[in-house]
Design a protein around this ligand. Sequence first.
Ligand SMILES: [Zn+2]
Length: 116
Amino acid sequence: MQVNCDIVRDLVTLYKDGVANAGSVTAVREHLAGCPDCRRYYRQYDAVSHTLRIHPRPAGSSVADTGGFNALAVRLKKRRTVSNAAMLGLVGVAAGALLLWMHSAGKNGSSPDDRL
Ligand SMILES: [Zn+2]
C-alpha cells in the first residue's frame, strides 16, 4: 500500500504502540524505509514517548494540571487581586475627597458649582 507522509505520521503512534493492524504496519515500515523525513519524525516521536515513560505524570494529574500552568494561574490571580485592591483604594480616596470638598463647600455657604 502506497501512503503519503501525513498518513504515516498519523499512523506512527499506533505503529509505535503496537496496536496498528498488519496492513498499516507494513505500509509504515515500507514508507519509513524510503522517507528520511518520516524516519526523523519517528525517531523524535520515539524519543518523546521514551521520555514520557521515564518521567510519567504524577497519578491523578490531568493534562492541564501541570506545575507551570498552575504557577502561572496563581501569579495571575494574585496580580488581579492586587490590581482590584488598588482600584478599590483609588475609588475610596476619590469618594473621600469628593465628600470633603462638598462638605467644605457647604460650610462656606456656597455650592460646589459656585466655585467653577
Ligand atoms: Zn514520509
